[in-house]
Design a protein around this ligand. Structure first.
Ligand SMILES: [Zn+2]
Length: 1011
């Protein structure tokens, strides 16, 4: 690896830290207008705080009370600490000090660190006591002063600071204390400022610019019971409860474990040592460098090698008694998977280990940048607020996302797990090595990691064709649903307060980020895109980067090959504006122009009516268009659309030529056509679907259903379109259709004419379902390469559609499987369809089956099996059982905390459980919000899960009432839920009647007609 342990940061950091530093500290305005507003507000806030201070000071002087005892605010009183020497009452020095403090503007009152100091290195020593879940520590931080200041402001939250020392290290050359210019600097006072999770050290004399200092703090804290900071959890082994403690610092929780400059741009090196009882092992980002037992042998100290320059939120450590298995990458990186001893013994971690080894090689080759550390540990923990966290060299995964029992896991479970690994390993470059400057651009790491889930999985399993296919349904279609709402937001979100930072981790950041990156990769071409990423990583490694840095690098890469595109100018429209356009393409009918011109117009796609037709919103759209007819398709053409309407010449066309836009859905937008063109495309699908690519067939289905849902198209068109499905042999179009049909199902399943809809779906599904049949129950022994993946997934999709819409044969088959399992006590159900079979069985069969599944849920050891058994329990139509399950999910230790949310959401997905889940959610809101409030991601998943199916006026009133009475502070999820429910109600009012009318006279595929 060639990584120098003593000062790897200095060796590997290609770019001078100072310039990078200066650049990253400046405010990054989106527009000059916005910048002005911020500036004015700051000036105003500053003036106000000065005014307040003058008043407070005057009152204090009048009352003859010492200033520092009053403090600048309630938070500080009582925070005076031994060691901070008070001055005599109202002395001259004191008054000078007061004035100085006024001038300094109390930087701790601002939500961001002042930027006058910069940490270079942390020495962190921790003693961890697992008996009473506490720890104590000492941190020494080498800091460089950039602008003279008497106030050191850093972050600390939920920790008790005991002692503070500051010493001068001499000049910038790093002369040691004691030398001229060095020595102790008296601390005037130090206090926490909880409102901003900050800790303030006020000094007697000023720190000078361009000098180095050492800040030393001792502290102690509890090992948290919540899943953040340094937290604890437990598991049982051989009937005995065992504890572990692990960190989760992203995005703002390192400050809960040690005082630090906890913003991503404050990169530094870390030297960590951990002391704990000797029967535990400890892990951190780097390998153990030295260590030893205490004299009585009871305590073990482990000192880890010095890290490269990194952000605080990537620091990690764990204390546990896990065991591991290991392997080595081709370039010599040691990869270990740590987990519960029983999981390791059963081999449940071997798949992840094998995949990680291949992935390290893949990324090193793709990015042309070596993995930075000598080792990579994967830690599987029973409880975690996220699927996984990409700490550099010590990535942490919740067990369900990394442990695999090949004998009982479905291929979709395996795929999900694979993609989590691909994502986290990608972060070792996009995130750990090059870190976004600030959280507003969190998509710069999450978008890349999400995009590479598909690229990396294609490397592992080329036949899965993820980037060209599954990406469309799982990322593009998914996020366009959200981003088509008026309550969406730009992907770059301004955020300042710690409490708001969790909110930037949403699907818009992940999925829209990935979709935009994919669009860009397609415009650039894969080779140039790769070269651009390589340039970007090399120029920002061990540092930070903002979106402008990426755009600049990619523009340079393009220019080096003679393609002059200003990537920033194009991409700003996509990242700073919310939403996306719908492009309407039609053959030009005008008299003046010859018929082979096409006209293209763009407008902001919105599901609701509010905000439609806003003429100020425009995008620069890379539109690819192909022209075809019954027998041929011409190669696609790329047209850049810059204006609201444009005309372009393509090729010769006649009345029978159809137009198809956004080839293979590489662009992040929808395409609409005139009705005649839709008719031609539908005819094409009915006669010879293969002429249109798999990606475009799926894209047409998704666009048509969503355009109709938003009222841009008559409701008959998407239904007419899927009339070709009996001929469809590929998985992806089926998957796109089933997603759209389930969306409709949520709207319709409690309506009187529901059977018209379900019958129509069953009619489309029947022939292909019978043709594909059921999978054999031969377990494949866990071979990780599955060339038949798409066939298996199609078979599964059809069984799912058939069983959930009521195909009798499907029901009989599922019941037979469950009966066989109960009578023989042998589970012969093929792993791939177990979830469908369990759920169908529970919903159709009696209470004994529910009890049987409940019992199996208790006894099952495989995490994937446990998950689907638990979900199956939510499929019952017995509300008594559902109620019992909901209550158990919150109170019983049997249901893991992160699984309780899934239980509630799945009860909501069950038509019989919808009302129940909705009331349960409202009744237990306080408990749920207290439990998941910090991890807003989970909270918003829960909120959308229990509200998305609400669709009556009455339910809308209930939701409004709930938001007014309890929903304050739940983030953007509730306004979004409200907009979705309003849309549902509107759809019923405007479109339901037409929809059912069309179904009543549904034409056979041969006759194309619609209302
Ligand atoms: Zn991520």
């Amino acid at each position: 690896m060639g990584l120098n342990d003593s000062s790897p940061g200095a060796v590997r950091n290609g770019r001078g830290p100072s310039e990078q530093w200066a650049e990253s500290l400046s405010v990054r305005p989106r527009t000059s207008g916005r910048h002005m507003t911020v500036h004015k507000r700051l000036v105003l806030a500053f003036a106000l705080s000065i005014l307040t201070l003058i008043v407070v000071t005057a009152v204090a002087v009048v009352l003859g009370v010492r200033f520092e005892e009053c403090g600048g605010g309630g938070e500080e009183s009582g925070a005076r600490v031994p060691g901070a020497s008070p001055k005599s009452n109202g002395s001259r020095g004191e008054r000078v000090w007061d004035r100085w403090e006024e001038e300094a503007g109390q930087p701790w009152r601002r939500s961001r660190l002042p930027g006058t100091l910069r940490p270079r290195h942390y020495d962190l020593d921790l003693a961890v006591c697992m008996d009473n879940f506490t720890f104590s520590g000492e941190v020494s931080i080498d800091i460089e002063c950039l602008n003279a200041t008497r106030v050191i402001v850093l972050h600390a939250d939920r920790i008790q600071v005991e002692r503070v020392h500051v010493t001068a290290e001499g000049g910038a050359g790093g002369r040691a204390a004691g030398r001229p210019g060095g020595g102790a600097i008296r601390v005037h006072r130090h206090f926490p400022f909880p409102a901003n999770q900050m800790y303030v050290v006020v000094l007697h004399r000023e720190l000078k610019a361009n000098r180095s200092y050492r800040l030393n703090l001792t502290f102690h804290a509890d090992i948290q019971d919540e899943l953040l900071g340094f937290f604890r959890s437990s598991y049982t082994l051989h009937g005995e409860r065992r504890y572990l403690a692990v960190t989760q610092f992203s995005p703002t929780h390192a400050r809960k474990a040690f005082p630090c400059f906890d913003e991503p741009v404050y990169k530094a090196t870390f030297w960590l040592s951990l002391r704990h009882e000797s029967h535990y092992v400890s892990l951190s980002n780097m390998p153990v460098e030295s260590g030893g037992l205490s004299e009585d042998g009871g305590l073990l100290t482990q000192r880890f090698a010095r890290t490269p320059r990194m952000s605080t939120y990537y620091l990690a450590w764990a204390v546990c008694n896990f065991t591991y298995r290991e392997t080595h990458s081709d370039s010599g990186v040691t990869i270990r998977l740590y987990a519960r001893p029983d999981a390791i013994a059963s081999g449940a971690g071997d798949y992840a280990l094998h995949v990680t080894k291949r992935l390290l090689g893949f990324y090193q080759d793709y990015f042309k940048v070596q993995y930075s550390l000598p080792k990579l540990d994967l830690l599987a923990v029973p409880k975690h607020p996220y699927a996984a966290m990409e700490n550099w060299g010590l990535s942490v995964f919740v067990e369900q996302k990394i442990l695999l029992d090949a004998q009982v896991s479905s291929s979709s479970y395996r795929m999900e797990l694979t993609m989590v690994l691909v994502h986290e390993i990608c972060h070792q470059w996009f995130g750990d090595l090059v870190t976004p400057v600030w959280w507003e651009d969190v998509w710069l790491k999450e978008g890349f990691a999400h995009y590479f889930e598909y690229v990396g999985t294609d490397f592992l399993f080329p036949k899965w064709n993820m980037e060209k296919q599954r990406f469309l349904t799982d990322v593009l279609h998914e996020v366009m649903l959200l981003d088509g709402l008026g309550s969406s937001h730009p992907i770059s979100q301004e955020v300042q307060q710690a409490a708001d930072i969790d909110r930037v981790f949403d699907w818009i950041a992940y999925k829209k980020g990935a979709a935009l990156i994919r669009m860009l990769a397609n415009v650039m071409g894969q080779r140039l895109f790769r070269k651009g990423l390589n340039d970007y990583l090399l120029s920002h490694m061990y540092g930070n980067a903002a979106r402008e840095d990426l755009w600049r690098t990619l523009s340079q890469t393009m220019r080096s090959e003679g393609r002059d595109i200003d990537v920033g100018a194009v991409m700003d429209g996509w990242t700073l504006q919310m939403g996306y356009p719908v492009l309407t393409i039609s053959k030009n009918q005008s008299e003046q122009l010859s018929t082979h011109y096409i006209s293209v117009s763009q407008e902001h796609f919105l599901y609701g009516q509010d905000g439609r037709g806003n003429r100020s919103v425009e995008w620069q759209v890379p539109l690819t268009v192909a022209v075809g007819n019954e027998s041929w398709v011409c190669p696609e053409t790329l047209i850049w659309i810059h204006n609201r309407t444009e005309s372009h010449w393509l090729v010769e066309m006649d009345d029978r030529s159809w137009l198809l836009g956004n080839i293979n859905q590489t662009g992040y937008f929808r395409v609409n056509y005139d009705l005649q063109n839709w008719k031609l495309l539908i005819q094409q699908l009915h006669t010879r679907p293969q002429l249109i690519s798999v990606g475009n067939r799926a894209g047409l289905i998704d666009d048509a259903f969503n355009l109709a849902r938003a009222g841009y198209l008559p409701p008959g068109i998407p239904l007419q379109l899927i009339g070709y499905l009996p001929e469809e042999t590929a998985f992806l179009p089926w998957h796109a259709a089933s997603r759209a049909l389930y969306q409709l199902d949520k709207l319709l399943d409690r309506t009187d004419d529901y059977s018209l809809f379900s019958d129509y779906v069953l009619k489309q599904v029947a022939s292909r379902y019978h043709h594909m049949g059921w999978p054999s129950n031969v377990v494949d022994g866990g071979d990780v390469l599955q060339p038949s993946y798409h066939t298996e997934e199609l078979q599964r999709e059809l069984i799912m559609l058939a069983c959930s819409f009521g195909n009798k044969q499907c029901h009989r088959q599922a019941v037979a499987y469950i009966s066989d399992w109960i009578s023989s006590n042998k589970n012969r159900i093929p792993p791939n369809i177990r979830d469908v079979v369990y759920c169908t069985g529970v919903s159709l069969m009696d209470e004994d089956v529910w009890e049987f599944i409940w019992m199996k849920f208790h006894s099952s050891k495989a995490v994937s099996e446990k998950k689907i058994l638990l979900e199956a329990l939510t499929c019952s139509d017995n509300t008594f059982l559902l109620n019992r399950l909901l209550n158990l999910s919150l109170t019983s230790e049997l249901v893991a905390e992160q699984d309780a949310i899934d239980v509630i959401i799945h009860v909501g997905r069950n038509p019989q459980g919808r009302r129940l889940a909705w009331s349960f959610f409202r009744d237990k809101w306080d408990v749920l919000n207290a439990r998941y409030g910090e991890a807003l991601f989970m909270n918003s998943k829960l909120i959308s899960g229990v509200t998305e199916f609400l669709n009556t006026e009455e339910e809308l009133v209930e939701l409004n009432h709930f938001i007014r009475s309890s929903g304050v502070g739940a983030g953007p999820a509730l306004p979004r839920a409200l907009e979705i429910v309003e849309g549902n109600v509107r759809w019923h009012r405007l479109h339901r009647r037409h929809f059912y009318q069309w179904l009543r006279k549904a034409p056979s595929p041969a006759h194309a007609s619609w209302s």
